[in-house]
Design a protein around this ligand. Structure first.
Ligand SMILES: *Cc1c(COP(=O)(O)O)cnc(C)c1O
Length: 397
């Protein structure tokens, strides 16, 4: 007689796979089967990594940078990251406060692990980036969602944060510019929210992954610059993936107060060790060869901005859809609640009938919306909008 194997852990049974990656995988499978799919689901730039960054990585690989490196990152890269916070925001930090991790996703997870214990609560503004709730749960902590819909531009007010705080609240996650909405908080708005966090002695995880992808007059805000007290409680996550079209490189960065940086490095030393050594030299070139990097970034921003305006204007001509003009990242988050379908049904039918891939808002904790990434070609956007228009018209019949 043979018994079935014992059940897997609670971690394995409770984790939800990334829904954005799931939609993207379904779209890619259709594409592989020969279908002409318009993909708005992927959360990554459609550009290739700039050439000088690749060259630096190749040179490092040829030069034998193939061994283990220090867990928190190679020294010149940590120094360059500290230098760039000074140059970008006037923030003085020691290289020892910088941790280089395998992707910004992992940086966020380490930040949660370093600050949260089982029983703690973490405030997550919704619509949220899909990984935050899962990371919090994997740390044994409890996510507390606070929804800000399109009536407030997807931005929380201090009163909404205050209302969600309990004696167990330990951490507030903020993400401006936002994935999935593209919303960018102003500095005064963030100062008011952070004041609430400070009053209740919360840690803040500020995910500034899209800090360089802003349009019109919008400016990203580095929360750690607010004051020494705020800096002592703020974990700033950023990275190379979105800004420099380096998603596959897996390099994220954290700037944190010394005790948190130390804890994150120790956790990382047991869980993954250093980021691929030669890849770090590519990241170093992105920061050191500033002019070339700026040229590449500007070109991407011009393309993103053109597509953003086009897609936004087109969406608002479709009867039944309303869409705010996001000022950051590379997403729009149109409201499709007027069609009387769940957003999941809407997305599945849109993919099945028109071969257009979009992610339902409910994946981000906001039912009734779609996330459309415009980090895709102008041609795909034009064609996709035509199909979406036809699909919406068919629903209204
Ligand atoms: C993409 C993304 C990240 C992490 O990116 P990595 O590819 O892991 O570097 C973190 N936060 C947000 C909001 C993102 O969109």
């Amino acid at each position: 007689m043979s018994n079935p194997p014992a059940p897997l852990s609670t971690w394995a049974r409770n984790v939800s796979p990334s829904p954005t990656l799931a939609v993207d995988a379904k779209a890619k499978a259709l594409q592989a089967a020969g279908e002409d799919v318009c993909g708005f689901a992927a959360g990554e730039p459609d550009f290739d990594t700039p050439e000088h960054i690749k060259e630096a990585c190749i040179a490092a690989l040829r030069g034998g940078k193939t061994k283990y490196a220090p867990t928190p990152g190679i020294e010149p890269l940590r120094q360059a990251i500290a230098d760039r916070y000074l140059a970008d925001y006037g923030l003085t930090a020691a290289p020892s406060q910088v941790i280089v991790s395998p992707g910004g996703k992992y940086s966020c997870y380490l930040g949660v692990l370093a600050t949260c214990s089982p029983g703690d609560e973490v405030i997550i503004p919704a619509p949220f980036w899909v990984s935050y709730p899962e990371m919090v749960k994997l740390a044994g902590a409890t996510p507390k969602f606070v929804l800000a819909d399109d009536t407030t531009g997807f931005r929380l007010t201090p009163a909404m944060v205050e209302a969600a705080i309990t004696p167990r609240t330990k951490l507030l996650i903020l993400n401006s510019p936002s994935n999935p909405t593209g919303a960018v908080y102003t500095r005064p708005e963030l100062e008011a929210i952070v004041a609430v966090a400070l009053k209740h002695n919360l840690y803040i995880l500020s995910d500034e992954m899209y800090e360089h992808l802003v349009y019109d007059d919008a400016k990203a805000t580095c929360i750690a610059t607010f004051s020494k007290e705020v800096e002592a409680r703020t974990i700033t996550v950023a990275g190379f993936s979105k800004t420099y079209a380096m998603t596959g490189w897996r390099i994220g960065t954290t700037l944190a107060p010394a005790p948190i940086a130390k804890a994150m490095a120790e956790l990382q030393s047991q869980m993954s060790s250093n980021v691929t050594t030669f890849a770090q030299y590519g990241a170093l070139a992105a920061l050191k060869e500033k002019e070339k990097t700026q040229v590449a970034l500007k070109a991407m921003l011009v393309a993103f901005d053109r597509r953003r305006k086009f897609l936004h204007a087109e969406l608002n001509t479709i009867p039944g859809i309303t869409c705010l003009l996001a000022e950051g990242a590379f997403y729009l988050f149109p409201n499709i609640s007027s069609f009387g379908l769940t957003d999941l049904d809407f997305c599945n039918r849109l993919l099945d009938t028109e071969k257009v891939a979009a992610v339902p808002g409910s994946a981000f904790g906001a039912e009734g919306y779609l996330r459309l990434s415009y980090a895709t070609s102008d041609e795909v956007i034009r064609k996709g909008v035509t199909r979406l228009t036809r699909f919406c018209a068919s629903l209204k019949k």
